[in-house]
Ligand binder design. Structure first.
Ligand code: HEC
Length: 189
């Protein structure tokens, strides 16, 4: 059959599609069927380290913020996935603690997911709790006031709309919070 595929385009296409299909099944369908923890909300309890955290469903306000994040296209420039790379875990780290890598159980309430593909700006999957509200307000008003040379555009219509601003910040503060990994942090959720 495979030898025949060398000489016949239709057989070659059929064989290639067949192999592609098997590969797709094995890498995307079978693993979540076998490991059910992927479909459960993240839970983190390490009493020895005083760590507890649980992924909660989004509140109305956070959902509104998420919708604004989608509407404004923040995901054109920002990803939400901490990969297994030092460049990610160190970049998002905090006071000497590396950021935990992303796991499937963090995304069970995300529909659609906002993993993104392009890292024009830094990854935001661990940004929750990094900055307070005041920082975000100044940053949306004009990123270059805080980060010289920033190419993030200003979003004054968000900074000046208290309801939208509060919602967007509430959403951003959820990112990575369930992992409860950031030491000495008490910014409000
Ligand atoms: C044109 C690309 C672009 C768009 C669109 C964009 N950003 Fe950014 N963003 C950046 C860049 C570049 C940086 C890094 C420099 C800085 O901090 O200003 C950044 C930084 C950030 C940071 C700080 C991250 C950190 O770890 O320091 C946050 C938070 C953020 N952006 C949120 C947003 C939100 C929310 C939106 C949508 C309203 C958005 N960005 C839209 C490019 C973008």
């Amino acid at each position: 059959m495979l030898r025949k595929a060398d000489y016949s385009a239709p057989v070659f296409v059929a064989a290639a599609l067949g192999l592609f299909f098997i590969g797709g099944l094995l890498t995307t369908v079978v693993p979540p069927l076998m490991d059910k923890s992927w479909a459960k909300p993240f839970e983190n309890s390490d009493a020895a380290k005083g760590v507890t955290g649980k992924l909660q469903p989004y509140t109305e306000q956070q959902l509104q913020g998420r919708a604004i994040y989608v509407r404004e296209g923040c995901w054109y420039c920002h990803t939400q996935q901490t990969r297994t790379l030092l460049a990610d875990t160190k970049r998002s780290g905090w006071r000497g603690v590396d950021a935990p890598i992303s796991t499937p159980d963090e995304f069970v309430y995300d529909s659609p997911h906002l993993f993104g593909t392009k890292r024009t700006g830094p990854d935001l999957s661990r940004v929750g709790g990094k900055y307070d509200e005041q920082w975000h307000k100044a940053h949306f008003r004009n990123p270059r006031d805080l980060v010289p040379g920033s190419i993030m555009p200003p979003f004054p219509w968000i900074a000046n709309n208290e309801t939208e601003f509060q919602a967007l910040v509430a959403y951003m503060q959820t990112l990575g919070r369930a992992k409860n990994w950031r030491p000495d942090n008490d910014y409000e959720k």
